[in-house]
Ligand binder design. Structure first.
Ligand SMILES: CCCCCCCCCCCCCCCC(=O)SCCNC(=O)CCNC(=O)[C@H](O)C(C)(C)COP(=O)(O)OP(=O)(O)OC[C@H]1O[C@@H](n2cnc3c(N)ncnc32)[C@H](O)[C@@H]1OP(=O)(O)O
Length: 206
């Protein structure tokens, strides 16, 4: 099996674990036994690791492959994951949030909605050929986002003004795509060469 497939397999197992660990009502003894077993597994994975200045060997930064991105990465225990495709300049994302993402009971944490929208806005910005970093993200929470419900996100670039790109996006359910639950507007700033070198130099050099 190719390493990226193995990373995704591990990611799926981790996401199942996170889901079960946040919904389990098993007694304390079972939780303690599970914790001990998980520490053993973690130790096995920790035999060979990378630091923050080293890109994951399975990643392809310029090709847009980020296996451990906390929103879209197939290898991430934290990612829902959000699956994004770009259709005629509009980024369309799909995911379902489990109980690990709960804020108010039954609904998503507001910070999770912001994370999803930051990612999909950024994706639309990159797809437009004007990559940049988020410098501002404005959120409007119109209605709570239901957990365990297929969601549909959209994002598109509104304006490119030199290094400054603005994009807007929404979260709705798949069942009612026209009812906007959360909307966001983001400003992204393209980096100058010196900023790219200062922030990402060690990673790019490697
Ligand atoms: C086919 C395609 C498939 C694609 C497949 C791959 C997809 C892949 C998707 C990845 C999607 C990732 C989506 C997550 C994106 C993050 O999460 S990025 C992480 C969060 N963001 C950050 O950490 C950025 C932190 N900020 C900074 O480091 C600095 O602000 C920056 C960006 C280096 C800019 O530095 P700076 O010194 O402030 O900027 P400077 O160059 O002096 O000023 C530039 C302009 O920006 C303005 N500005 C700066 N800050 C702000 C602000 N907060 N608000 C408004 N204006 C501002 C300045 O006023 C200035 O304006 P002008 O005078 O030019 O009009």
């Amino acid at each position: 099996m190719e390493r990226r497939e193995a990373i995704t397999e591990l990611g799926e197992a981790l996401r199942l674990l996170v889901d079960q660990a946040t919904t389990t009502e098993m007694p304390a003894d079972d939780l303690l036994r599970a914790a001990a077993e998980l520490r053993e597994v973690a130790a096995r994975l920790g035999v060979r690791t990378r630091d923050r200045s080293t890109l994951a060997s399975a990643d392809d930064l310029l090709g847009g492959v980020r296996m451990y991105n906390p929103v879209t990465g197939g290898g991430s225990a934290l990612a829902p994951p959000l699956h994004i495709e770009v259709v005629a300049g509009v980024a369309i994302g799909r995911c379902t949030l489990g109980l690990a993402f709960e804020g108010p009971p039954r609904f998503a944490h507001g910070g999770v909605s912001a994370m999803l929208l930051d990612q999909i806005l950024g994706h639309a910005v990159v797809a437009s050929g004007n990559p940049g970093m988020t410098v501002r993200l404005d959120m409007v929470y119109r209605a709570p986002v239901p957990l365990c419900t297929p969601l549909r996100l959209t994002a598109e670039v509104q304006q490119v003004d030199g290094r400054r790109v603005t994009a807007t996006g929404t979260i709705a359910t798949e069942a009612e795509p026209d009812t906007v639950l959360v909307s966001a507007s983001g400003t992204f700033m393209g980096l100058r060469a010196d900023q790219t070198k200062r922030l990402f130099g060690p990673v790019l050099k490697a």
